[in-house]
Design a binder for this molecule. Structure first.
Ligand code: PLP
Length: 709
């Protein structure tokens, strides 16, 4: 350690370095970098919601320079900046070796939402989180890759619960200056301004660049003075407004996105449409070909060579569909400039091209103009082939050209600080490199490497951290206590009790309240003196989904006014931070979607490296991940066609597994109080699931299967 005072030059270098660091979300998956911001202001860290850029604005230059005279802090900063620069400049990456052609001509990944971190809430759910994790791993792998989306200045809504337990929504305004992003400039150094024709006007847009390690993600922003308020608000909220707003957002995303890339001199070798929202990008690519002297239909057919498409859901409402009127109105200028009639264009979005009543479906367009398409798990691939088989009349169902790549998660990003530090102590400095190798997780089978006792201690620590977090949340939520049945916040939930978590979007097919269908029996389990169980729920319902809101209302009601009080809590305002606390602290992660509607699901993948176990319907990724030893399955690899029958059978099976397998195993303790067989399951889960269901594997698979020609 160097105890000499820092020179003005060194100080300037370190402060500039810290600013650069705060503007790249690499710091969110680097624990030492995160610790620096925490150390700068413990309280700011919490109050500013873990926002590094905001903390640097909170701490004055005077303070920063004074603080950096602490040799311990200065050394930490130097070291992190060294690692950061080594990361950014690394020359021997997987991407350079395995996909050199993408370095010059990257993948352009279009997605209506991206979830990176709690400070930039521009994702509505799993689709956006997946896009964020995809980008983080593309960066780690050194792949030529950039993302395109919109900058929603009010982001996705914040959830508050009214006294009658109804979800209400409010919005906060995001300030780009406090976010890990910078304005995109043109070659003259001025803000880049692009234009997209929407309906009968020209809509101007600017753009922001989020730095995700080595990969830029560009966010288009229509909030410019030139635009009427109505159009400025196109980029107000994630999936906000009606279908007119939606189609206009998608025109901006697709057509504007391609124009931005061209304006910046980026020539992607492949355009990846993450869900149909981005499908209008193909119209712009077609335009580029029309100028080569061919007609629209010909041009759009040739776009196929440039595009790949991922479909994410078999749920009907998940596929954008637009009426002919709306298409004609919103795209009127494009119809003229592309020299195509509305009737002809409509045919590209229809399964039965001549059917005048069929709406324009973005998924259909995307499937028709992509060189490859895929679902996000094996079963979802199969379901998608079935779903879209009439688009491919010359194929049998098995031959429908839709494959699959099973989703994953960005492991380091999701790993809680506690666990990162745990590995740091166990493995030393280079642990992060280790945990991304396949072989590493195999070692978890070996009790010489990690003892049962150590794993059990970690589980206790993580469960406690979650429970203390939950108590704090509930206090802030101002949870009204029922009269005469006072439970102090610091006694809510029990750190010794088997803790089951359920958190995700409250879409009805995910059936959040399913476990409470056997209400009396569940109460009995929860209140068992020797082997109790408790539940933590969280999740948002789409603002217009009243059925989802009823689910929320029902669960909160049970948590306050039923015999489950104290054994069930609902945490408001589910987001990436709440997710991180829950996936790390829960012993069991419950997922009970109506099969086969959970195309993949990813939240259950986040728990394995924390020692959690999945309890899930064999749908999506879990159908592939479950091997009989690494968690729990609800029911079999099959489902009834009747929804009522399915709900009944699944709730019975859920109760059965919970009471006959999960609880007995968790509470089967030896003399030291350690549940040996439970821990064996944790070892099996860590060693089989963690190396497979992550975005390192996933991005490599996309690259080999789809990105490279
Ligand atoms: C992982 C994650 C999701 C996806 O959860 P599923 O169970 O796959 O639906 C949604 N929201 C947040 C905040 C997440 O972190």
């Amino acid at each position: 350690m160097n105890s000499k005072a820092l020179s003005a030059g060194e100080l300037a270098e370190l402060t500039a370095g810290l600013n650069r660091l705060s503007k790249n979300i690499w710091w969110t998956w680097n624990q030492e970098a995160q610790d620096i911001f925490y150390d700068l202001s413990n309280r700011g860290w919490r109050n500013l919601y873990h926002n590094a850029a905001a903390i640097l604005r909170e701490v004055s230059d005077y303070e920063l320079r004074a603080r950096l005279q602490d040799p311990h802090l200065a050394d930490k900063v130097r070291k992190v900046l060294r690692n950061f620069d080594a990361y950014l400049n690394c020359s021997d990456t997987w991407g350079k070796e395995n996909a050199p052609e993408l370095q010059e001509n990257p993948v352009a990944y279009f997605s209506a939402e991206f979830g990176f971190h709690e400070t930039l809430p521009i994702a509505a759910g799993g689709l956006g989180i997946l896009a964020g994790d995809h980008t983080k791993s593309a960066s780690d792998l050194g792949l030529g890759f950039c993302g395109i989306s919109l900058f929603y200045r009010q982001g996705y809504f914040q959830q508050a619960i009214t006294p009658d337990n109804w979800q209400s929504e409010y919005y906060t305004v995001l300030n780009p200056r406090n976010l890990p992003m910078e304005q995109v400039l043109n070659d003259k150094g001025e803000p880049f301004v692009g234009v997209v024709e929407i309906a009968d006007v020209d809509v101007y847009f600017q753009a922001w660049k989020v730095n995700v390690g080595r990969c830029p993600v560009f966010l288009l922003d229509a909030d410019r003075e030139e635009n009427e308020q109505h159009y400025r608000d196109l980029t107000l909220r994630v999936y906000g407004g009606d279908s007119t707003t939606r189609i206009m957002q998608e025109i901006l995303l697709g057509i504007g996105g391609v124009r931005l890339l061209r304006g910046l001199g980026i020539e992607p070798s492949v355009f990846h449409m993450n869900e149909g929202h981005a499908a209008f990008l193909t119209l712009e690519l077609a335009r580029e070909k029309i100028s080569e002297g061919i007609d629209f239909n010909d041009a759009l057919s040739r776009v196929k060579a440039q595009c790949v498409f991922t479909t994410h859901t078999p749920v009907e409402a998940g596929h954008d569909r637009f009426s002919k009127d709306l298409m004609g109105y919103s795209l009127s200028q494009h119809l003229k400039s592309l020299n195509v009639s509305l009737d002809e264009l409509m045919q590209w979005g229809r399964v039965h091209v001549e059917d005048e009543h069929e709406l324009f479906c973005q998924t259909v367009l995307a499937l028709k103009v992509s060189r490859s398409a895929n679902g996000v798990s094996e079963l979802h691939g199969q379901v998608s082939r079935q779903m879209w088989s009439s688009l491919f009349p010359n194929c049998s169902e098995d031959e429908v050209p839709i494959g699959h790549v099973t989703n994953g998660i960005h492991l380091e990003g999701w790993m809680k600080g506690t666990v990162r530090k745990w590995w740091n102590r166990k493995l030393g400095e280079d642990w992060a490199r280790e945990i991304n190798t396949k072989g590493f997780w195999g070692k978890l089978k070996d009790s010489e490497f990690v003892s049962d006792e150590e794993l059990w201690a970690l589980r206790y620590l993580l469960r406690r951290e979650l429970i203390e977090f939950a108590r704090r949340c509930l206090l802030l939520q101002g949870r009204r206590l029922t009269q005469g049945n006072f439970i102090a916040y610091d006694r809510l939930l029990d750190p010794d009790t088997l803790t089951i978590g359920f958190a995700r979007r409250f879409a009805t097919y995910k059936r959040a309240p399913l476990v409470f269908q056997q209400f009396e029996k569940i109460v009995k389990l929860a209140k068992d003196r020797l082997r109790p169980v408790q539940f933590i729920f969280a999740g948002k319902s789409h603002p217009r989904d009243d059925e989802g809101k009823k689910f929320i209302q029902h669960i909160i009601h049970l948590s306050k006014h039923s015999e489950l009080e104290g054994h069930l809590v609902f945490l408001e305002n589910y987001d990436v931070h709440v997710a991180r606390m829950m996936i790390s602290g829960c012993d069991v992660w419950l997922n009970n979607p109506r099969r086969p509607l959970e195309a993949s699901g990813t939240s259950g993948q986040k728990i394995s490296c924390h020692g959690g176990l999945n309890l899930s319907i064999l749908d999506g990724w879990w159908r592939e991940g479950y091997d009989g030893t690494n968690g729990f399955a609800i029911g079999e690899d099959e489902h009834s066609d009747s929804i009522e029958e399915q709900d009944r059978v699944d709730s019975e099976n859920l109760f059965k597994v919970l009471s006959e397998e999960v609880l007995p195993l968790f509470y089967a303790r030896d003399k030291l109080g350690v549940p040996r067989q439970w821990i064996q399951k944790i070892r099996n889960a860590m060693s089989t699931l963690t190396p497979e269901y992550n975005t390192w594997r996933m991005v490599q698979e996309y690259t080999k299967k789809y990105y490279l020609k």
